[in-house]
Design a protein around this ligand. Structure first.
Ligand code: GLC
Length: 569
């Protein structure tokens, strides 16, 4: 299959644990999702990306897998999963599963066997190294949790590598037997009829086999120069594609970080037969300090524009592809970081949505984003947080280094991944209609106003705005395949660009500030765009006069103008 339907798709991430609980245990489940399929149809999305639902001790909420072929009992059964797949397909919604290739859980049978003896048949499925000369870890790499990336196994006297938690040992992709096992797992799900995979941390699976010390002094993941885009990564992906992906009518979206334009092209140009598209964390992490991801960095519109332009210009044209997102389960809510979660919540949620649906790339929506959900103000003390990285940071900074608790908690409150994981807000009944029991993470207190039921009936809501954008993508190929040009490149408040094809031209103006912002189009564009009609905007007031060469945007306003009669037509 060489179609590019996945470029046209809008993908919706279901973080199942927080989507809809059907049995009152406070945890979202497959039957809950099943009961909300009509909602997905109504929203209009094309594909569901289901975060991991496999058997897992939940150290990292499912990203630590014990059995790749089994469903986590608190989520349901394989029969329920199959029913979900069938019901989605009946409505022409595709399903992609989350594929965690870089590591397993430490209670996966492979790892249990691997650490039982140096002679275990599974020993080489993982990455073992002797202690360094001083008896410490083999090198100085840190994990994403800010601790050593190596843990000593007493019984066999060697260290094993884990880029994440010690309970998430890294797999050794250099071992062909491991690769063959992973291909069988992929086929297990593909043979059930799924439509592809979102592949977790995919550009980490090939490591520099010299395992050299790093010179990076950053707190988390200091070994990245040797663990990202490693020496055999393209070989592994080509093999995976030849052995598995190419045999099915599917697409793949690989989660990456630390990728350049060239890397993205290498991963996604169709003739290279690797991945369909990549997701790059670069934009969503603009507000994170590289040396310590829990600290905030001031970002400017110029920074964001540069990241976005990088993918628009250099990747789209030569045939690579990528997913567009600012929100997923690993980031605080995008409105809080890139918009305004107070006074201009609705405006900024819509303005960001315009950007994510009108730039080149496949939009990925995190559940609740379509309501403009924001960070949870009630997550205050370390006990209030669930995700492991927040706890690890607290341990390292407060317990080990004696940093002031207030300072560290302030960072955690702002940046925790839990903000993205609070329960979906369905209505104004107790627990926002998410569960009859006690939700595993607290429901955001704004749910009486911010919920699906209220927004459905409000034509000016964020929800209805997303519906419109998703529908427009199906009606206007220019949003997917149109060419791209940036305008007003030095503007400090407004991100402006145009998309165009033979049929139409769109002018998109996005105010990233809480102040009014004035624009003046350059002469050559003004001549063409003057008189273009108003297509859509974040202002619920309704329609606007046609485009003029100058104008003013309200705080966080986003506007789209459309010109149909193109010069020469
Ligand atoms: C990815 C996931 C994240 C997880 C990590 C380890 O980045 O998105 O949630 O913690 O991989 O699997």
């Amino acid at each position: 299959m060489h179609t590019t339907y996945w470029k046209e798709n809008v993908i919706y991430q279901v973080y199942l644990r927080s989507f809809k609980d059907s049995d009152g245990d406070g945890i979202g489940d497959l039957n809950g999702l099943l009961s909300k399929i009509e909602y997905l149809s109504e929203l209009g999305i094309d594909t569901v990306w289901l975060s991991p639902v496999y058997l897992s001790p939940n150290v990292d909420n499912g990203y630590d897998i014990k059995d790749y072929r089994a469903i986590q009992p608190e989520y349901g059964t394989i029969a329920e999963w199959k029913q979900l797949l069938d019901e989605l397909h009946k409505r022409s919604i595709r399903l992609i599963m989350d594929l965690v290739l870089n590591h397993t859980s430490d209670v996966h049978p492979w790892f249990i066997d691997a650490k039982s003896s140096r002679d275990s048949r599974y020993r080489d499925f993982y990455i073992w190294r002797p202690a360094s000369e001083d008896g410490g870890p083999p090198n100085n790499w840190t994990s994403y949790l800010g601790k050593s990336a190596w843990t000593f196994d007493e019984s066999t006297g060697e260290y094993y590598l884990h880029l994440y938690n010690a309970k998430q040992p890294d797999l050794n992709w250099d071992n062909p037997e491991l690769r063959a096992e992973m291909y069988k797992i992929m086929k297990f799900w593909l043979d059930k009829g799924i439509d592809g995979f979102r592949i977790d941390a995919v550009n980490s699976i090939s490591k520099d086999q010299r395992f050299p010390d790093t010179e990076e002094s950053k707190l988390q993941a200091s070994g990245e120069p040797y663990t990202k885009n490693g020496p055999r990564i393209h070989e592994f992906l080509r093999e995976m594609n030849d052995e598995v992906f190419s045999k099915y009518p599917i697409f793949t979206a690989g989660e990456t970080s630390k990728v350049t334009e060239d890397d993205v092209l290498m991963y996604t140009k169709p003739e290279r037969r690797e991945l369909s598209m990549v997701l790059s964390a670069e934009a969503s992490k603009l507000a994170d300090l590289d040396e310590d991801q829990w600290q905030s960095k001031e970002w400017t519109l110029d920074d964001l524009r540069k990241v976005m332009l990088k993918w628009q210009k250099d990747v789209g044209e030569p045939g690579g592809w990528f997913g567009l997102y600012l929100s997923n389960h690993d980031q605080p809510r995008m409105v809080a970081t890139f918009g305004d979660q107070g006074q201009y919540r609705n405006e900024s949620a819509k303005m960001l949505a315009i950007m994510l649906h009108t730039l080149k790339g496949t939009p990925f929506i995190l559940q609740g984003e379509e309501l403009g959900m924001t960070n949870h103000p009630g997550l205050q003390r370390i006990e209030d947080f669930n995700e492991q990285q927040a706890h690890a940071y607290y341990d390292v900074m407060v317990r080990e280094r004696g940093e002031p608790e207030d300072l560290i908690m302030e960072r955690i409150r702002r940046k925790s991944r839990d903000h993205a994981r609070t329960p979906m807000q369905w209505d104004d009944s107790p627990n926002a209609g998410f569960s009859d029991g006690t939700p595993w993470l607290p429901v955001h207190p704004d749910y009486p106003e911010v919920n699906v039921k209220a927004q459905r009936d409000d034509s000016g809501s964020v929800f209805n705005f997303y519906r419109t954008l998703i529908r427009l993508r199906k009606e206007h190929p220019v949003m997917v395949y149109g060419k791209f040009d940036v305008l007003l490149e030095d503007h400090e408040q407004i991100f402006a660009y145009r998309r165009y094809d033979e049929a139409e031209e769109w002018l998109i103006l996005l105010n990233f500030s809480g102040e009014h912002a004035h624009w003046e189009l350059p002469e050559k564009d003004a001549a063409r765009l003057e008189g273009a009609s108003f297509l859509l905007g974040s202002d619920p007031d309704g329609t606007k006069p046609p485009c003029h060469r100058t104008g003013t945007l309200k705080p966080y306003e986003g506007l789209v103008y459309q010109r149909l009669e193109l010069p020469g037509a």
